[in-house]
Design a protein around this ligand. Structure first.
Ligand code: SAH
Length: 230
């Protein structure tokens, strides 16, 4: 290699790193099988996970682990959620094509990609600037285009775009932020893991202006939904 290397060298490196090979596809198919065995029923969720190159959402050192059902570290001390958790939360959200959905905690953008694969209009908020910037550049490279990717505080939701057909929180909330309930359409759901060390996956369905139905779906572990923005 000559020095400095030619531009083509870098372009080639980028495309090498962005590859989705036959091996990746095979591993992904197995992961979908694992999720089915663990009880994920929604065919649209499984199909989306089957299409998304999860290894590209992780730092290269972890590529070999991308298709096991585990959470992994990403930048800024955060994690890409476990595939089962992503699948379960998405299933509970009960999205339809064209729905207007708000996600709190963009992180790596993987959950966002699952929702975009399912044809939703996505608004997503991230409070860590480093992750926000990284994911804002990365998602469109894979063809995933949220309506808005916002650097902000998920506790307050997104009043100027409300109401939503669904809201999904992908970090552990010590309590349920009231603005998120207020930003649901009638009939819409808020899927939120609630708790300090361990979280209970909780779904609120807005029955009327003032009434919400609450259902609980077992224990999960998330990184915390933080109140102060960096
Ligand atoms: N959906 C992500 C999961 C990332 S982990 C994925 O698929 O990769 C949770 C994310 O929530 C982290 O990126 C964290 O920085 C973010 N977060 C924490 N507190 C937040 C807040 N108050 N508002 C918005 N995002 C927050």
């Amino acid at each position: 290699m000559t020095f400095p290397p030619k531009l083509g060298y870098f372009v080639n490196q980028i495309s090498q790193n962005m590859k989705d090979t036959f091996t990746h596809k095979g591993m992904r198919k197995k992961l979908v099988g694992v999720l089915e065995k663990k009880g994920i029923l929604d065919k649209n969720v499984l199909a989306a996970i089957g299409r998304i190159p999860r290894h590209l959402f992780m730092d290269s050192g972890f590529v070999g682990h991308a298709y096991v059902d585990k959470a992994f570290p990403i930048a800024a001390d955060q994690t890409i959620s476990q595939p089962y958790t992503v699948a379960r939360q998405t299933e509970l959200l009960e999205v339809k094509k064209g729905d207007k959905i708000l996600e709190i905690g963009t992180g790596s953008g993987y959950q966002a990609a699952v929702l975009l694969e399912m044809g939703v209009r996505l608004y997503t908020i991230e409070r860590q600037n480093e992750l926000f910037k990284k994911t804002k550049l990365f998602l469109p490279k894979l063809g995933y285009k949220p309506k808005r990717l916002i650097f902000g505080d998920g506790y307050i939701g997104l009043a100027d775009e409300a109401p939503f057909d669904g809201i999904i929180v992908t970090a552990g909330a010590p309590y349920v932020p009231q603005p998120l309930l207020a930003q649901l359409k009638i009939g819409a759901k808020l899927v939120i893991p609630v708790g300090e060390n361990v979280q209970i996956m909780t779904v609120f369905t807005r029955k009327s202006e003032k009434e919400f139905e609450k259902e609980e779906f077992g224990e999960f572990r998330f990184v915390p939904l933080l109140e102060d923005k960096n």
